[in-house]
Design a protein around this ligand. Sequence first.
Ligand code: HEM
Length: 539
Amino acid sequence: MSSVVNLLLSVIEYIGIANLLTTITICLVTFWYIRMNYGASFHYRLPPGPPVIPYPFDFLMALFPSSNRFGRMIFLSKRYGDITCLQLGRRMIIMISSPSLVKELIVKQADVTSNRSAPPFFTSVMDYKGGIIFSDGVPWQEIRRFSLSALRNFGMGRKGIETRIQEEARNLCNAFAQHSSEAFDAMHLTNAAVSNIICSITFGRRLEYDDPVFMDMIQRLRNVTSGVGINPIIRELMMRFPILLKTPLLGKPRQTFWESRHLAWVGRTSRCDVIRLPNNPNFITKEVIEHIESYHSSDIRDIIDMYLTEAERLEEEKKKAKEDKLKPYLNKDDIWMCVFDLFLAGTETTSTALLWFLLVMAAKPDVQEKVISEIDRVVGRERAPCMEDRKDMPYTDATLIEVLRYRPVAPLGVPHVTAKDVEIGDYTIPRDTEIMINIIGIHLDPRLWDEPEEFNPHRFLSEDGKTVIKPQDAFTVFGAGRRVCLGEQLARMEFYLFATTLMQRFRFRLPEGESGDFGFEHCLGTIAPKNFKILAQER
Ligand code: HEM
């Protein structure tokens, strides 16, 4: 024993204590670095994928042109198969690109594949905690269940909302008509019209398209979906080095989102401060405050009132239970996030689908003429199209489904996260791994669709053209499993009513010499057509 100690002492004397400590530190850091980046590959049998991009070099991914991100995902699924593992530093993403894997992993194993994780910059810029899209576990189940029933009460499946959408579609037509002499960009108008549906469900009223506060809110939402106004490289750096989230670097985006453009960086504002911030122009929070002030339990006007009733009920329950630890899943301070989620998930998506539809109509006159003649035959010109007409308009219905297949607006959905290790085939997916459904890859897979890059409504029609063939499992535009889109029914209703009302009044054309570019620009989670202008000719 003493000889071993002596040997060690003489080695230390020979190398020098400083050198020895440096060597040990380098070994430990190397070990930590390898374990962090490659540990999962040693411990788990992971699906195939490209080589790990080690931390912190993974932020170089942000340097790739963003418009290629979805193209890269399709490329990876073609190269590595239907289940692919991407390791970007500490972040592991499993991408699934076949309907059977979606069923196996997202539907059958929903218990362990239905979590989410909010991007750090999202939580930090907006102090986002709770809400519907990024909450987890029992609070999410409760808030989702409650929000769904609130939407059913004030929106989906009710005659009242159908009338509101018809009215809004008429307003949209009138706004389009003002541009009848020139080609125009329809983005703001479609976005405002769709936002107005969420406004009337949540706030109980609509806003004028040129209302500066409304325009400001639409712009702020766009900032969020396009990366919270942060340069993508800085955003990637922040995700890798969360310490940066505490620095004033976030001042600008935080300001963009929450405060008046003229207010300087005011330091870290908590969620509650934001709600109480004087002159806060963010009208979602303002609406919540106004609702709190004018709330009366006997007159429930809209979804915010329903959330308030529920928050009060839970507060009472907590008082009765006299248990300090009992944490209600919803309190008044959280309501703005649920409303914000409905705007975030329910405006950009549906209005972008409508933009794709307009582009298809303008670029494919043969399809447009068939849609127009079906509307003229079934609805005529005297009354507004209604949901009842849809069953008699198979070609139009199939065209709308084909738009959602051809350019699925949320091409990778919203990532799910595993709650524990999950087995799939020969592979094990570790806990806390993101799972992305490669919706766009599935929708453009030649194994599942004939000539998927062709726009062809007939793929959803019976041979005689009289019946719509229900899309197969390969149509996953609204995601899958327990996290499937909460607003699917409302989105379908809006898409159908806005599209048919517009086609009843207009014929769309592209400016002279243009043939329609179906390439796309991507925001944080959606794909939109590249900026285009159309001519709306009254029929
Ligand atoms: C064409 C329109 C729409 C498309 C393509 C779409 C698509 C999606 C997709 C792919 C997801 C993720 C599903 C998953 O994780 O598997 C989602 C989630 C969600 N959508 Fe939609 N959506 C649309 C419209 C709407 C509307 C109008 C609303 C609300 C009124 C809405 C509210 C939500 C919410 C709240 C979630 C999160 C659900 C949760 O995490 O539990 N969506 N949507």
